[in-house]
Design a protein around this ligand. Structure first.
Ligand code: ZN
Length: 418
């Protein structure tokens, strides 16, 4: 025991040195990523590290392939400095989004720009075992597509439209796809492909992608809301995804917005999801048509009323159909009320709205934004930035890839995935 106690302080010092080195490396790498082309001297000034420390770190980063030299910058009196920038194309990450009926997979560079993409069909109602080969095959196809050598792919992120235990990569519940709840997607996929797999909820990952590579770059605390067939969200507080006790935070679709509303899939009544999601607006339109409403949707669905979907309603609204416009606007109003509740709880710096409703309908977006600002407590809602997702329709796949990508850039001390 005596020997062990004598050894311990040295072990701690060694551990600290390693941690400090790792943090410094990430500080320099992020400065080059965000401010490149930049000289070593400017990187040292910004990082407040010793120039010799920065030079040594930069040499390591160049040797590893993360950073490259790109010519000479302007002289400030002495020699012209050699400029550095992120070497975006040497490494890549793979992102996969499991959705109802399909899996979308992309390969991105270090800056989350999509290099290649592939989509495969899923028979999602038949459970995960039946679909695992198709998911693994799409991932193998994109990694083998030749954009970067397979050994330069940093990892694979997979997102799922339901709550996920991120520590084990297990799907906790599955409201849209029967049989997927309780399935350990990480373990199953890692036995099929030769990469580390990170699994997360789709909206959480999309929020993470927006923070690092999209509309929320530079923001520490913001809310991301995905308004699509379902309604989900991600909450980032002080640069970290807020996950809650068992990874369930951000399920904003299940906040009650109508105490006497219809029953939701979750069992509760009047949830935002059952009142305002893409699935809900299609259901409302079908019910209105059956009651005699005249709308372009009947024509767009070829007379088959049951074939009306969110797409049909959005298309009719874009064409000026008054009934479709009223339904889309009302959906935006409900989402705005949900946002106002969130604003009062979290006082965010920014709200990012994504998903097809927000991306395809300015009417929906404007209605949600104006309602959120008007209904939030005035001091919190006034002038609040509410913007459309910058990652657009790729938010889920880029969010998935960002699970793997940001491991390279995150300081160990602030890692949300540590
Ligand atoms: Zn619900």
């Amino acid at each position: 025991m005596g020997g062990l106690s004598r050894l311990r302080p040295a072990a701690i010092r060694k551990g600290n040195q390693k941690l400090v080195k790792s943090i410094n490396r990430n500080i320099v790498l992020n400065i080059v990523r965000q401010h490149g082309p930049i000289s070593r001297a400017d990187a040292a000034r910004m990082s407040q590290l010793y120039p010799a420390t920065v030079s040594s770190i930069v040499n390591d980063l160049i040797a590893e392939g993360f950073v490259r030299e790109v010519g000479l910058g302007d002289s400030t009196g002495g020699r012209q400095p050699v400029m550095l920038e992120l070497n975006r194309g040497v490494y890549a990450a793979c992102g996969a989004s499991i959705e109802v009926g399909r899996v979308r997979v992309c390969l991105t560079d270090l800056d989350a720009r999509v290099l290649a993409r592939v989509e495969g069909p899923l028979v999602s109602q038949e459970g995960p075992r039946r679909n695992l080969p198709a998911i693994a095959s799409a991932i193998r196809e994109i990694i083998g597509a030749g954009q970067v050598p397979p050994e330069k792919v940093l990892g694979v992120g997979v997102v799922y439209p339901g709550p996920v235990d991120t520590a084990t990569g297990t799907i906790q519940a599955s409201p849209h796809m029967p049989g997927w709840g309780g399935f350990s997607l990480k373990t199953a996929l890692e036995s099929e492909i030769d990469y580390e797999v990170m699994v997360d909820n789709d909206a959480n990952a999309a929020a993470w992608g927006e923070k690092w590579f999209g509309a929320a770059k530079g923001y520490s605390s913001f809310l991301y809301v995905m308004a699509d067939y379902g309604l989900g969200g991600g909450i980032v507080i002080d640069d970290r995804l807020y996950r809650g006790r068992n990874d369930g935070a951000g399920e904003i679709g299940h906040m009650t917005v109508d105490v006497d509303g219809p029953q939701c899939k979750c069992g509760n009544f009047g949830c935002l999801d059952v009142m305002a999601s893409g699935t809900a607006i299609a259901r409302k339109m079908i019910s209105d048509i059956k009651r005699g409403a005249k709308t372009l949707c009947s024509e767009l669905a070829g007379g088959d009323i049951e074939a009306v979907t969110m797409d049909t309603v959005l298309e009719a609204a874009a064409a000026g159909d008054p009934h479709a416009r009223a339904i889309v606007e009302e959906s935006g109003r409900y989402v705005g009320i949900g946002l106002a509740n969130l604003v009062n709880c979290f006082n965010p710096e920014l709200i990012v709205l994504g998903g097809q409703l927000a991306l395809r309908s300015n009417l929906f977006f404007a209605s949600a934004r104006e309602t959120a600002r008007r209904r939030a407590w005035p001091v919190l809602g006034k002038d609040l930035g509410i913007v459309v997702s910058a990652l657009g329709h790729d938010a889920c796949v880029i969010g998935a890839a960002s699970l793997a990508l940001t491991r390279v850039f995150e300081s160990p001390s602030i890692s949300a995935y540590a």
